[in-house]
Design a protein around this ligand. Structure first.
Ligand code: KIV
Length: 300
């Protein structure tokens, strides 16, 4: 965080309904949090998408509260200016309200200022309990990846009139219950626009069109670290995977050709210690003697 910049808070964010579009991006560790912070985003989401884009799982159902807490803590240690929101993972808020509050508290103690959970009206009891414990809640409607098996795959939601109306009702109920913002994932633009008009809290879209109060993308998708799939709603602003492969390939070629490391990338003994070593150890003459140096840390 740059000196003097003010942290984004839940009330300040909530108050930005209808203002300039809000920017949210996922982050899962200190480097991605620093990038998001330096880029000036409003919200960093420690998403359970970490399961798929970082941990290599096929769905988000595999991560636990402890997994999420480790990633939240790594993000929070950078003390970023954006609001840090943590996903409650699958089964952390489905068993009981007591369980939900305790699990959310683990994420708050790890550094999250708010939690996000998936689902509509059936989540109202846990939303109420979380707010009762003073934990701000962000809702998430539409394509809710933790429901992948119930939905029969990752599909656009709310395409029929009844389903679209149900999403509007869910959003109104979440907002009335006290959610400070609602993510809308993979719903038709018209449905997102109707929800955005119907609720007094910001909507943040991903695959929901431009009429939401803000947008969110998964970090690895937007910078091109993830290049295996390209959903319709992702715009790639970088090709970091290709750049990383090129960099590691160049490193491998240099090592194999003896070009890395060069002499000036090596530490040296002082001339007298090098001479003593050569006389004590036959064959220890390799390498040029130079200015004495010690060290081995990354800063040396
Ligand atoms: O986990 C995640 O990355 C998310 C976003 C897609 C909103 O929930």
């Amino acid at each position: 965080m740059s000196p003097g910049s003010v942290h984004v808070t839940v009330p300040s964010l909530r108050a930005r309904k209808g203002g300039p579009p809000l920017v949210m991006v996922t982050a899962y560790d200190a480097p991605t949090a620093r990038v998001a912070d330096e880029a000036g985003v409003d919200i960093v989401l420690v998403g359970d998408s970490v399961a798929m884009v970082v941990l290599g799982y096929d769905d988000t159902l595999q991560v636990t509260v402890d997994d999420m807490a480790r990633h939240v803590a790594a993000v929070a240690r950078t003390r970023p200016r954006p609001l840090v929101v943590a996903d409650l993972p699958w089964l952390s808020y489905h068993v009981s309200v007591e369980d939900t509050v305790r699990n959310a508290a683990v994420l708050v103690r790890a550094g999250a200022a708010a939690v996000k959970l998936e689902g509509g009206r059936r989540r109202l009891p846990v939303v109420d309990a979380l707010l009762g414990a003073e934990i701000p809640v962000m809702g998430h409607l539409g394509l809710t990846p933790q429901s992948v098996h119930m939905m029969g795959g990752y599909r656009v939601q709310g395409q029929q009139q009844e389903a679209a109306a149900g999403l509007v009702d869910d959003a109104v109920a979440l907002a009335e219950a006290g959610c400070f913002a609602i993510v809308l994932e993979c719903v038709p633009r018209e449905v997102a626009a109707a929800i955005t008009a119907a609720v007094p809290v910001p909507t943040i879209g991903i695959g929901a069109g431009p009429d939401c109060d803000g947008q969110v993308l998964v970090f690895h998708d937007l910078v091109g670290l993830e290049d295996r799939v390209l959903p319709k709603f992702v715009r790639r602003y970088g090709s970091l995977k290709a750049e990383a492969v090129a960099a590691v390939s160049a490193y491998a070629a240099d090592v194999r050709a003896g070009r890395f490391p060069a002499d000036d990338e090596s530490y040296h003994l002082s001339a007298d210690v090098a001479a003593a070593l050569r006389s004590a150890v036959p064959g220890a003459g390799a390498g040029a003697a130079g200015a004495g140096s010690t060290g081995g840390s990354r800063g040396a």
